[in-house]
Design a binder for this molecule. Sequence first.
Ligand code: NAD
Ligand code: MG
Length: 389
Amino acid sequence: MKKKIAILGSTGSIGRASLNIFRKDLKKFKIILLSANSNYSLISKQIKIYKPKYFLINDSETFKKIKKNHKRSKVKFYNKFSDFNLKNLKFDITISAIVGIAGLEPTVKFTNISKKILLANKETIICGWHILKKICKKNKTSVVSIDSEHFSINELTKDYKDEDIEKIYITGSGGPFLRKPIKKFKNIKVRDAINHPNWQMGKKISVDSSTMMNKVLEVIEAFKLFPFEKKKYEIVIHPQSLIHAIVFFKNGQTKLLYHETDMKIPIANAIYENKVDIKNLLRKKSSFLKNFDYLKFEPVDKKKFPIVTLLSKKIYSNSGPIVLNASNEVLVDEFLKKRIAFTSIYPCIKRVFRDKDFKKYAIKRSPNIYEIYKIDRWARKKTLDIIKR
Ligand code: NAD
Ligand code: MG
């Protein structure tokens, strides 16, 4: 029997990379469900190539247009996740690759009906991991983060306990502005911020990489996923993006995980449980020996990237990650729409956390999904109010 596959966010960078992997092995896998937002031409293309049974299209205009122009297609189209009846459906693998908190509810729903879930959508992990974890335990669903740093940390630490570990470094390239003088930051344009030196990614995560918010989210993500103390995590700059995590053990050994800058490596290893011949999937060959000479590491310049200083008690617990994420999503969106300056992102987030109403929303236990959305809405509104002021 072929393995049944669902991809949430199929038109994105992770969605496309995943489809490219499955496409090479259609004897083993059947694409049953795809979901996307508004990329009409790519949705049309994916309908023709993969002939999924279901396609969920979030943007209403795109949904109507697709439905109208694919009348003869056997694919069943749905607009909202809530319109789609999940009863009696079961997937072998679901890839969760929607960007932002928009991925939370679909990911929770699909975790209930999947044997294995591969999580790229880090915003869902940082806001709702406690919910996903419970479902996975109840249903014996296996869950793997395919964020490259977390996939690597998992590989390096799976046979160890907290007491064996001294330190875990999460590496970050430093993004496009690593060498840009601080005084030029106020003139940063959208096109500069989304031009990542090593990775081809969606716009939101590219901006997060340029501010280093991506690493802040990733430290929280690691803290949620793994049973290690938060003080053990540190961010280190590694401009080449070839080492994805470094673990120092108490026994004096240090392990690091190297792989080329291609997300197909963590995704394929997660799909095939590390038993995959990667050269069949990648265009470029491994250039380990050539690269080895110039692997560099350096501390984060906190003046240039003040966002990393947000990693504090307030931000790790309960409502903190939800507020941080929501505020950042709004600010990145405003920056992409050219309505705020790059340098406004950090001070605005700081002001949201200092707001007198923050305490009302800073609940002291793990929030349920309705509470997550309530906190998210407050932080979004507060952020927009601050921008307008
Ligand atoms: P992307 O912008 O390229 O793709 C996002 C996908 O989500 C698209 O298919 C889009 O149609 C869909 N989408 C957007 N808004 C939606 C909505 N409201 N409802 C339903 N679908 C919606 O993003 P990406 O770079 O592929 O990243 C996806 C996720 O994976 C993010 O959470 C990101 O942080 C994470 N991630 C990405 C990479 C990478 O290399 N791209 C690496 C690690 C983690
Ligand atoms: Mg990452």
